[in-house]
Design a binder for this molecule. Sequence first.
Ligand code: FEO
Ligand code: CA
Ligand code: CA
Length: 642
Amino acid sequence: MGGRDEVDKWVVRSEAGKGETFGEIAERSLSRRAFLKSASLTSMAVVAALAVGTEPAAAQRAPLGLRFQPIAPTAPDVDDLVVPDGYFARTLIRWGEPLAADVPAHNVWAQTPALQARQFGYNCDFVGFLPLPLGSTNSNRGLLAVNHEYTNEELMFPGYDAKNPTRNQVDVGIEAHGVSVVEIQRAPDGNWSYVRDSPYNRRLTGTTPMRISGPAASHPWMKTVADPAGATVLGTLNNCAGGKTPWGTILTAEENFHQYFGNLQGLDADDPRYAAHRRYGMPAEQSERGWELYHDRFDVAKDPNEGFRFGWMVEFDPYDPNMVPVKRTTMGRFRHEAATIALAPSGQVVAYTGDDAQFEYVYKFVTRGRFNASNRQANMNMLDEGTLYVARFNDDGTGQWLPLVFGQGPLTPANGFADQADVLVKTRQAADAVGATKMDRPEDIETNPVNRKVYIVLTNNTRRGAEGQAGPDKANPRANNATGHIIELTETGNNHAATTFRWEIFLLAGRPEDPSTYFAGYDKSKVSPIGAPDNITFDLSGNMWIATDGAPRAIKLNDGFFAVPVAGTERGHVQQFFSSVAGSEVCGPEFTPDNRSLFLAIQHPGEGGTFEEPISTWPDRVGLPRPSVVYIGAWDSRPIGR
Ligand code: FEO
Ligand code: CA
Ligand code: CA
């Protein structure tokens, strides 16, 4: 292993100008004894301090604003990354790069499932930086956990025939899904590299054994011929966004899992599982990748239950490469996009997550137990007990979190719910029953550590207001919403465990000349065009940073990355910081703790082209486009955007 172990002093300035490290702030805010018991738990303590209301001094000020020269957007055929003057963007790791010393680099003419299972996966999405050592705030060395959402076989294999994939193509594709964990290190010049032979490096793929936990583990529909106990499932699929827990584990969200299961039409339409699968959008005929041609578990007619074992939130420990990942059924089953964790003043852990499909819902999960800052192990199964809620947005700017608890309200046998396991396996139907608000595709949901508000990204919904579909409402105010919007939600008492909230529209994205756009009231003549927001994050000052997915379609520009203050006179001033390459979306925005490096995942570069007729050659400039994680820094090492 290479790299340096020193822990950065992550300094924030108090009102009085006195510098304090986050460690010092945490020390003030927690029992000194508990803190000293485990010096390695500093980052957990920081999270606790932020969530329970002992705010660092920086949190008591307005955001400091942004100081970079915004870039001009690029046309969808431009195949270059663009950053502002004073910054550089470089590739950190690309699809196919080996994660062990004895693994060769990817060779398209000799690729095998076994090699792909030990190489960086395809279509990187969520990116989580976890400092090394565990519990530090080191910005120079850490683990990068990266989701691999899906595969573009037409770009991965020469002569790919979607109707007749080969066994090798199918099995490589399955291994190219999942998650990568890779150790990375930053050199003094700001350049990052990955450690090819690190013992932390790991792949989770579509075949990695995972434990099923929580109430739904015992549900009859979770049991298969291969797993009669309903306790173990092979793999995780369509891992989109995710989150980091205060105890240093990763949550990876299984999103569009339905697309991997074919032949629903082969299941008896009177079988109750038929309707359940239809509600989740499973295709009637051959699936997009045809995995069921070689693996019966992906054929719904042959194995009607395997599909119920996907659509969950998966937790794993990136610091322990031998840990068996766990599907936490308490957090519901739907097309999970995100998993953002916040702490309530009580110490209860709250996870915000959404169902990314048109007219689907926003959820949060609140644990029964409380976060233990001094005993990491005590938190490891915290997510197995708690309450799942779904959001109702009222037109008057108020809202409720409606519990999805068996026996409460309509969630009874009379309405088709036998027990809590049933409520969780059929989360969408339960949310329908309680009258939640149908949203314009909930993508990322993130909490702002400075103002503690919750931001919900609705990426688009072109069917809103179409014939036979729901029309606009106050929370989803545009018919044919092609460009998306962002809602700002304030929990009652700033308590993430509250069951009521207030909300308002923060942004209605689009080209600013579009009269339906809204930038929190900011002067539209000064903002950058932005379309289809997807993933967001916040810098140390609480400014929002937005990655987009779908701008080429929505506003005829390449996807990019944008910054916008959420407070003060600059609130709503959207400025473009980064533009991506042809055919790609931008994902996984993640700052190092010192904000001096930024990681972005460039997903599906060249989508729309084929292996034979590429529209992108990024990043190698020869041959295939390769989904990759890039890092961005300033030439003078200043924090990003400052
Ligand atoms: Fe995979 Fe919701 O984007
Ligand atoms: Ca997404
Ligand atoms: Ca998306």
